[in-house]
Design a protein around this ligand. Structure first.
Ligand SMILES: NC(=O)c1ccc[n+]([C@@H]2O[C@H](COP(=O)([O-])OP(=O)(O)OC[C@H]3O[C@@H](n4cnc5c(N)ncnc54)[C@H](O)[C@@H]3O)[C@@H](O)[C@H]2O)c1
Length: 264
C-alpha cells in the first residue's frame, strides 16, 4: 500500500481498534503520523507523535492538529450512548476537528462515518449513499451530522473529505448480521488509502464493506475512489452462533436501544 503525503497525517482515535490497525500500516509504510486520543495507545511507532487530547476541547484540538496536512478522523464514541456524551465527543468533537483542518489548511479529511446513518431502512431495501439519512440511534445521528459538516466544509471552504460509512470492521465476522456488513481489516486499510489518495473527491460518501455474498448497501460508489474489496464473509456463512430470521431493520441491535432511558 502506498501512502504519499507532503508532511504529516493526523489520526484521531489512535488508541482505538481501527486506529491501532491503521497506525501499524502507516508505520510499515514509513508515514509520519500525528496521533490523537484521550488515552495513550499501547504502542507508539517510529515516525509517530502521540498527543493526548480530548476532541471536545476546541483549543486543545486546534493546538494538537498543527502541522498535519491530511487527517483520518476515527475518534469519538463508537457505539450508541446518552445524548450528552455523543454531543461532546462526536458532534462537538467532529466540529473541532473539521475547524482545525480548515484553519491549518489541511488538504483532506477522511471521516469514519457509519452504516448506522441509514440503520432504519428495512433490511429488504438496498441503500445507496445518496439516499436520505435514516439514523437508528443518537450515535447514527452524530455520524449524519459529521457527514453534513463535511459537506458544508467542502461547499463553503473547499476542504476535501471522504465519509466512509463503515460496516462492521473486525478481523472476521462475529455474528450473522456481519455476514452482510463485514469490512475486513485489509479492505479497511485499502479503502482508507484510496480515500486519502484518489484525486478530486470533493465531498464523497461511500459504504465501506467487503465483497460479501449479500449486503444492505450499494458499494459501487466506492469504485469512484478506485477501491474494490478483496475479502468476503462467504467462508463464515453457517458457522456463526445465533443465525436466525433477518432483523426487520438494517441497524440490528441499535434499533432496540432507547438512549433516552440510559443513565446520562
Ligand atoms: N469498528 C467498526 O466496525 C466501525 C463501524 C462503523 C463506524 N466505525 C467508526 O470508526 C471509528 C473507529 O472505530 P473503532 O472501532 O476503532 O472505535 P474505538 O471505540 O475502538 O476507538 C475510538 C477511539 O476514540 C477515542 N475517543 C473517544 N472519545 C474521544 C474524545 N472525546 N477525544 C479523543 N478521543 C476520543 C477513544 O479513546 C478510542 O480510542 C469510530 O468513529 C467509529 O464510530 C467503526
Amino acid at each position: 500500500m502506498s501512502f504519499e503525503f507532503h508532511a504529516r497525517l493526523a489520526v484521531t482515535g489512535a488508541a482505538g481498534a481501527l486506529g491501532t490497525v491503521l497506525r501499524a500500516e502507516l508505520a510499515r509504510a514509513g508515514v509520519r503520523t500525528l496521533s490523537l486520543d484521550l488515552r495513550e495507545p499501547s504502542r507508539v511507532h517510529e515516525n509517530e507523535t502521540f498527543v493526548r487530547c480530548d476532541l471536545a476541547d476546541a483549543e486543545a484540538t486546534m493546538r494538537a492538529l498543527q502541522g498535519a496536512d491530511a487527517m483520518v478522523h476515527l475518534g469519538g464514541i463508537s457505539t450508541t450512548a446518552p445524548f450528552g456524551s455523543i454531543l461532546s465527543a462526536n458532534i462537538c468533537g467532529s466540529f473541532h476537528v473539521f475547524e482545525a483542518a480548515r484553519r491549518h489548511g489541511m488538504r483532506r479529511v477522511v471521516y469514519a462515518s457509519s452504516n448506522h446513518v441509514t440503520g432504519y431502512y428495512p433490511s429488504s431495501e438496498r441503500v445507496r449513499p445518496d439516499m436520505p439519512h435514516r439514523p437508528d440511534s443518537f450515535y447514527g445521528l452524530s455520524k449524519a451530522f459529521g457527514e453534513d459538516l463535511a459537506q458544508l466544509y467542502w461547499d463553503k471552504y473547499g476542504l476535501e473529505s471522504v465519509g466512509l460509512r463503515i460496516g462492521s470492521c473486525y478481523e472476521r465476522p462475529r455474528d450473522p448480521r456481519m455476514l452482510k456488513t463485514w469490512l475486513s481489516h485489509r479492505d479497511f486499510l485499502r479503502l482508507v488509502e484510496r480515500a486519502l489518495q484518489a484525486p478530486n473527491v470533493g465531498h464523497t460518501v461511500v459504504y465501506g464493506v467487503s465483497d460479501n455474498p449479500h449486503t444492505y448497501w450499494d458499494a459501487d460508489p466506492a469504485n469512484v475512489l478506485g477501491f474494490t474489496p478483496l475479502d468476503s464473509s462467504a467462508a463464515c456463512s453457517g458457522t456463526l452462533p445465533g443465525e436466525g430470521p433477518e432483523p426487520e431493520r438494517q441497524g440490528g441491535g441499535f434499533i432496540e436501544v432507547d438512549e433516552t432511558a440510559l443513565d446520562p
